[in-house]
Design a protein around this ligand. Structure first.
Ligand SMILES: NC(=O)C1=CN([C@@H]2O[C@H](COP(=O)(O)OP(=O)(O)OC[C@H]3O[C@@H](n4cnc5c(N)ncnc54)[C@H](O)[C@@H]3O)[C@@H](O)[C@H]2O)C=CC1
Ligand SMILES: O=C(O)[C@@H]1CCC=N1
Length: 266
């Protein structure tokens, strides 16, 4: 049970906070099983008030954790690993790096290559237990894989992938939430121009996007199959969609995805 596992999030910023919120909303999750670190812990005081261990000592947090999540920026991963290495127990603990573009091999140049190490790529919807998290690992036992899957299943859904796809997973799942939000913002702006106030436009757009996503998830169909049901011949939907395509909508999205990917691969 994930509720009995001691979890440390080293470097609890935007993503770490989302994961912490998702975990704390679970039934039976004991806040005492969660440790969050940050250099300046002021912004984590709400967690402290809920009984979570909050401090700036990464070594202490790592020492007493079963699962050690690295939530720092990619360029800080190596420094953190060097810092916590003296207290790591490769046989008992599991390290999970959330950092973009840092390979398992790179981590093994710092820590003992026998350490059970995962890379995981969740997104900020972990906050409301709706993340999609892609994971990959080296030398984990089926039980250890199960524990890590259980952690991320608790805050959304989890897919196991090959490490070679982790950068693509970052773009589609983690950056992806920002692409969707920018799309929503544009739709709200359009809605305001055709007459709605911002609050009403947001409400309509939020539910429309939720409905579209749920339709795809529950019916397991390709988006275009559902689009065909909306586009009345000679109607207003197809006119709007075609105008968006004339303006490069799909092309802009594909090129944005590739630009993000190329940025990580550099
Ligand atoms: N923000 C997102 O949506 C996603 C981020 N990621 C990855 O997660 C990692 C974190 O991203 P964010 O949360 O956006 O960054 P962030 O900058 O909000 O969080 C990083 C945190 O680490 C803390 N930190 C830095 N050095 C530290 C140290 N020596 N000891 C303890 N804490 C330290 C910082 O104070 C900060 O709070 C990055 O590697 C990023 O690539 C992955 C998926 C999604
Ligand atoms: O923008 C970034 O680099 C990170 C990785 C995925 C989401 N945020």
């Amino acid at each position: 049970m994930i509720s009995n596992v001691k979890i440390a999030i080293i470097g609890c910023g935007n993503l770490g906070t989302s994961i912490a919120n998702g975990l704390l909303a679970l039934d039976n999750f004991d806040p005492k099983n969660l440790s969050l670190t940050k250099r300046n812990t002021e912004s984590l005081s709400e967690f402290e008030a809920k009984g979570v261990h909050v401090h700036s000592d990464n070594v202490i947090a790592a020492k007493y954790a079963d699962l050690i999540l690295l939530g720092v920026k990619p360029y800080n991963v190596s420094t953190i690993l060097k810092e916590i290495k003296p207290v790591l127990d490769p046989k008992k603990q599991i390290i999970i790096s959330l950092a973009t573009g840092i390979t398992l091999e790179e981590m093994f140049t710092v820590i003992d290559p026998a350490t059970v190490t995962f890379r995981a790529m969740p997104n900020i919807a972990a906050d409301i237990q709706e993340s999609i998290t892609c994971i990959c690992q080296k030398q984990a036992s089926p039980t250890q894989i199960e524990v890590v899957k259980e952690l991320f299943d608790a805050i959304g859904i989890t897919i196991t992938i090959d490490e070679s796809l982790m950068e693509a997973a970052t773009v589609l799942g983690a950056c992806g939430i920002a692409y969707v939000l920018r799309f929503m913002r544009a739709m709200i702006q359009g809605g305001i121009q055709i007459g709605f106030d911002a609050v009403t436009a947001s409400k309509i757009v939020n539910q429309t996007v939720k409905g579209a996503a749920e339709l795809m998830i529950q019916k397991n169909i390709h988006p275009e199959a559902a689009i065909d049901k909306v586009t009345t011949p000679k109607g207003c939907t197809i006119v709007g969609l075609n105008e968006m395509e004339h303006q490069g909508f799909s092309s802009a999205m594909v090129r944005g995805v590739i630009a993000s990917y190329e940025k990580i691969e550099k």
